[in-house]
Design a protein around this ligand. Structure first.
Ligand SMILES: C[S@@+](CC[C@H](N)C(=O)[O-])C[C@H]1O[C@@H](n2cnc3c(N)ncnc32)[C@H](O)[C@@H]1O
Length: 321
């Protein structure tokens, strides 16, 4: 709409960076050969690569479209990153949903002094076009030290350990087997609890969000750690694990999506040795019981509180890997 109405006039040359599009977003209004998709989320990255998009720009870009995430500090950090990537005088397009808080970001931009025009609107969608401006650099992402752990804007639970993960860490036994995996490891809270167990010789840290994995690399500076920027649902280890820990994601964008956690469960089942064990925490209301019992012969509640349940599941049912 912004292109057809003339609110956004495409530059005639140069790359157009699109920040954080999600699977299902349609970029076909843009000239594909000039589009560079910039996202740290591996499933989205792989999706756009499979569609034939480039993911690395050659030098500064002529324009950047930023698909606004829900977390405000993450949205601001992306705008700063995009402003740095755009060549002087280049254009920044802020693209978001009212339901994800885009109005607040637009208001913040105006308060920063950015000359934003009227937003082009349709349904909940808002698009605003402006010249990339150095003032946005004030929102550059900064590392945060939250009591011995480094986090960044936009990563899960950036202000401190998640309550569910704390309950899971508290329920872990004094020792764990030699080979362990953390599926959806975030910035490494559970990983550190695993590495404190003396029997652990190898920990696969599997996380789809690049920024979170970068934090985990710093928080888990230990030769036993192997970091994987990967989709945990499809990741398979070279050698089967003796234990898996996980606090699986339960949202796709705005929607609760229990299928995500179930796919994590299935990945744990396939990656575990026959005598391997899964330690998992999840919100009580999430429907994982049936999937757990179908995937493991022995399922036991070993911790939790009013909101979370910590489960230990042993003896994965064997099915084709
Ligand atoms: C509920 S958080 C738990 C994070 C961390 N384990 C903790 O305890 O703080 C779930 C994590 O899974 C990651 N994630 C989401 N989808 C993923 C996928 N398909 N593959 C791997 N990680 C994923 C998210 O980025 C997030 O860091």
């Amino acid at each position: 709409m912004a292109l057809t109405s003339g609110d956004w006039v495409l530059p005639t040359t140069g790359d157009i960076a699109v920040y954080r599009p999600r699977i299902g977003d349609d970029l076909s209004a843009l000239p594909k050969a000039r589009v560079v998709v910039v996202t740290g989320f591996k499933p989205d990255h792989d999706h756009f690569v499979a569609l034939g998009y480039r993911t690395v720009a050659t030098g500064q870009v002529a324009a950047a479209v930023v698909c606004m995430p829900r977390a405000k500090d993450h949205a601001r950090a992306l705008l700063a990153e995009a402003a740095m990537a755009v060549r002087p005088g280049g254009v920044l397009v802020i693209d978001g949903q009212k339901t994800d808080g885009v109005e607040t970001v637009l208001k913040d931009c105006r308060e920063l002094g950015l000359p934003l025009g009227e937003a082009v609107s349709k349904g909940h969608g808002r698009i605003c076009v402006c010249t990339a401006d150095g003032r946005l650099l004030a929102w550059k992402a900064r590392d945060r030290d939250i009591g011995g752990f480094i986090t960044r804007p936009g990563v899960f639970s950036a202000d401190g350990p998640d309550r569910g993960s704390e309950l899971l860490a508290a329920a872990l036994p004094k020792d764990l087997p030699a080979r362990v995996a953390d599926l959806g490891a975030g910035w490494g809270y559970l990983g550190r609890a695993v590495l404190a167990r003396p029997g652990v010789r190898h920990l696969d840290v599997i996380e789809a969000e690049r920024e979170a994995l970068d934090c985990a690399a710093r928080n888990l500076d230990d030769p036993r750690v192997a970091l994987h920027w990967a989709d945990a649902r499809t990741f398979r280890p070279d050698k089967l694990w003796g234990a898996v820990v996980m606090n699986p994601p339960f949202h796709s964008g705005r929607e609760a999506d229990p299928a995500l956690g179930q796919a994590f469960l299935s990945a744990a089942q396939k990656g575990l040795a026959p005598d391997g064990m899964l330690w998992m925490v999840a919100n009580r209301h999430l429907p994982y019981d049936k999937a757990l019992r179908a995937a493991f012969s022995d399922v036991e509640k070993v911790g939790g509180d009013g909101a979370f349940r910590v489960t230990r599941a042993a003896y994965p049912q064997r099915k084709a890997r």
